[in-house]
Structures are given as structure tokens and as C-alpha cells.
Ligand binder design. Structure first.
Ligand code: SAH
Length: 368
């Protein structure tokens, strides 16, 4: 805590990164009663204060002391691009120049889901994901994850009531900071975003799934599966060499047993590659409807990957095979592709938004 009490630090790296206990520690250091930490927490997260001066139930000297040490300066996006349906991609620059993206996805009326990034780049190199092409630069701080919500709120008029950790990066490769951010989002005295409105998505980092099962949180878990067998999955997702399909499915079953949450398997359909009838049957063999459901997402185009999105009829045929086996399936089309804001297209680059008008129809992952 010395670093906090002695110098002014970036709002993203520190202010929004601080857990409730860290606020209590700082206030103790400043000779203040600890109940002040709850007051500050409410100002920050329930009332959305943009400066310590607004915190009128704090003594003036404390407000000054905090403002000398911490900043609440907003994190302005470098670029904001929106399509007709309101899907909005925000390009953000971290203090050290790393660039990340968040996507606001309208879900009907004023409501929207925010898709947050957890790392600058990604180390996992899934074949069709643009972020994986970048390699990993670094983990984001909890504050850089929480800060994405404040930026998205300021940049759009939507009421963000759901969060998906499906932006750049692998959440379970940055486990501690991600969980810290989840607890800040979820805290009842603050933002109070319900755990069931928060989805963590992983490419299959099994130790992360196991840890999450023991957190006592009711967050939703999504698994990027994309293939029903080890041979094909290892070709598409190198992570499968480390944690193969059977181990991954077993961890998901255990997650369901511990939390009673139904696990969602994300399956990106690539024409002629993993969208065959054989793949559909093999997938149906893996998925037990009592603990899992399937989201099918036709491939979003990315420059480096030589594959196509299957025809709607092929996607529907794949879904039908799963449905006949009693599996809860949603066929979605990934929104935001005109902005390069769709699943797997986030590269943290400026000017990737192609502002051509397409048929605007709301959020990413809308049912077909
Ligand atoms: N690393 C985490 C979080 C990223 S979520 C994870 O893998 O789950 C982004 C989702 O988009 C993942 O399901 C990913 O596999 C999927 N995706 C990646 N590239 C895609 C593409 N070109 N088209 C459609 N979906 C893609």
C-alpha cells in the first residue's frame, strides 16, 4: 500500500484496481475510520462519482488527500465506431501505449452487453482468431478491466447490464486480475452486476475452470470448443494439446456440479471443416444436456485464416442434428463484423471500422 499512499498513480492501474480491503487499508494508513471505505466505494461504483470533490460526506481534508494520491480521470477512447444497430467498438490506449478493444452490444431497448478485454494480445494462437495473431503483450490490471465499463458508459447511451469476458485475451491466463474485476463488478454496494449476468469465456484452460468452481460465485462459464475431437481441435486450438477434450468436458461437468450453472459451449462453424454431419453427431455425443448447452457462431471473416462461413442452410442442418439429440442450441450470427468488432476480429488497431452500412440488427450474437 505504500505505493498508493506516496504517489499519484494512474486511475486505471490503481484506483479501479483496488479491492474493498485495499481501500480499507489505505484509509487506515491515512488515519481514517474504515467505514469511510464503504462511503468511497458507493461514490465510485453506485453513484459514479468522477472526482473526489463530489464525495460530500467525506471530510474535505480526506478528499484532498485522496485527490493528491489517486486520480479518477476518465479513460477516453482513441476511437469509437458504431454500426446502425448500435454495436459500438471502443479502441482504448493503456498508459504504456498498449491498445485494447471493448465492444458494446445492444440487447434490446436501452440495454446492452459489454464485451471486455482481459489481456493486451493473446498467447493462445487459435487458428481463426485475429487477436491470437498478435501474440501476448501483457495482462491487464483489474482496473483496466473495470475501467472499460466506465469508458463504455461515457461513450454510449446504453444501460450496460451484462458483461462478457470475450474481448481480447484469455481470462484464465490472467486469473487473479480477472477475478478481482469480477468481484468489483459484482459487489452489492457498488455496480451490483449480478454474477449470472457475467460470463467468463475460456479457450479451455482447465486449471482456471477448476479454480472458478471453488470461488463461490454464480458466474456463467463459456467454453470455446469449436471441434468435437482432439485431432481437429488441436489443429484449430493449440491449447488442446495441453488440455484435451475429455479433460475439458470433465472439468465443465464438475463446474456444473459445484455451481449448478449450465455451461455454454461456443462452436464457431467453418465451412467444410467442422460443420459436417459427422462433427455434429460427435459433438452431440460429448454434450450432456443436463449440464451444457451449445452456441453456434458462423465464422467471422479474418484476413489470416483461409476458411469461410457456412451457408445458413448448413448451419441450420448442424443445429438440427444437435436439437434432435435433446441439446439446447442457439444459432447466432456474430454482430459487428462491419466494424471488425465481431468474435475473433479484435486486433487493437485504429481504423479497422468499415463504416459501410449493413443491415443493422442489434447486438453481437443475435439469434438468427
Ligand atoms: N480467449 C477466450 C475469450 C475470447 S472469446 C476464449 O477463447 O473463449 C472470443 C470468442 O470468439 C471465442 O469463442 C473464439 O474462439 C471466437 N472466435 C475467434 N475467432 C473467431 C472468428 N473468426 N469467427 C467467429 N468466432 C471466433
Amino acid at each position: 500500500m505504500e505505493s498508493i499512499s506516496n504517489r499519484r498513480v494512474s486511475p486505471l492501474k490503481m484506483t479501479w484496481s483496488m479491492a474493498k480491503k485495499e481501500w480499507a487499508d489505505l484509509l487506515r494508513e491515512l488515519g481514517q475510520p474504515t467505514f469511510r471505505s464503504k462511503q468511497i466505494w458507493q461514490w465510485l461504483y453506485a453513484k459514479g462519482a468522477q472526482s473526489f470533490d463530489e464525495m460530500t460526506n467525506l471530510p474535505a481534508a480526506l478528499r484532498t488527500a485522496l485527490a493528491e494520491r489517486l486520480s479518477l480521470a476518465p479513460w477516453a477512447p482513441l476511437e469509437t465506431v458504431a454500426d446502425e444497430g448500435g454495436t459500438t467498438k471502443l479502441l482504448l490506449e493503456c498508459e504504456d501505449g498498449e491498445r485494447i478493444e471493448s465492444v458494446v452490444i445492444p440487447s434490446g431497448g436501452e440495454a446492452a452487453t459489454l464485451c471486455v478485454s482481459t489481456q493486451a494480445g493473446c498467447a493462445f494462437k487459435c487458428a481463426f482468431c485475429a487477436t491470437g495473431q498478435l501474440g501476448l503483450s501483457r495482462n491487464l490490471e483489474a482496473g483496466e478491466i473495470v475501467g472499460q465499463l466506465f469508458t463504455a458508459r461515457a461513450a454510449t447511451s446504453f444501460h450496460i447490464d451484462h458483461l462478457v469476458f470475450m474481448g481480447m485475451g484469455e481470462p484464465f491466463a490472467n486469473y487473479d486480475n480477472v477475478l478481482k474485476a469480477v468481484r468489483i463488478f459484482n459487489d452489492q454496494d457498488g455496480l451490483a452486476i449480478g454474477a449470472r449476468r457475467i460470463t467468463l469465456s475460456t479457450c479451455g484452460v482447465v486449471p482456471g475452470i477448476k479454480r472458478l468452481a471453488d470461488e463461490g460465485l454464480q458466474v456463467e462459464l463459456a467454453i470455446s470448443l469449436h471441434a468435437p475431437d482432439d485431432a481437429l481441435r488441436s489443429r484449430l486450438m493449440p491449447v488442446n494439446n495441453r488440455w484435451p477434450v475429455a479433460e475439458l468436458i470433465a472439468a465443465c461437468r464438475d463446474y456444473n456440479a459445484a455451481t449448478r450453472r449450465i455451461v455454454t459451449f461456443e462452436y464457431t462453424l467453418v465451412d467444410g471443416l467442422n460443420d459436417t454431419r459427422l462433427c455434429a453427431s460427435a459433438l452431440a455425443d460429448l454434450i450432456d444436456p443436463s449440464f451444457a448447452r451449445v452456441n453456434l457462431i458462423p465464422l467471422s471473416p479474418v484476413a489470416h485464416f483461409d476458411g469461410n462461413r457456412p451457408s445458413p442452410a448448413r448451419c441450420e442442418a448442424f443445429a438440427a442434428i444437435l436439437r434432435r439429440r435433446g441439446i439446447n442450441v442457439t444459432l447466432r450470427h456474430s454482430k459487428g463484423s462491419a466494424l471488425s468488432a465481431a468474435c475473433g476480429q479484435l486486433r487493437g488497431e485504429q481504423g479497422t471500422g468499415n463504416r459501410e452500412r449493413g443491415p443493422g440488427n442489434g447486438g453481437k450474437n443475435v439469434e438468427l
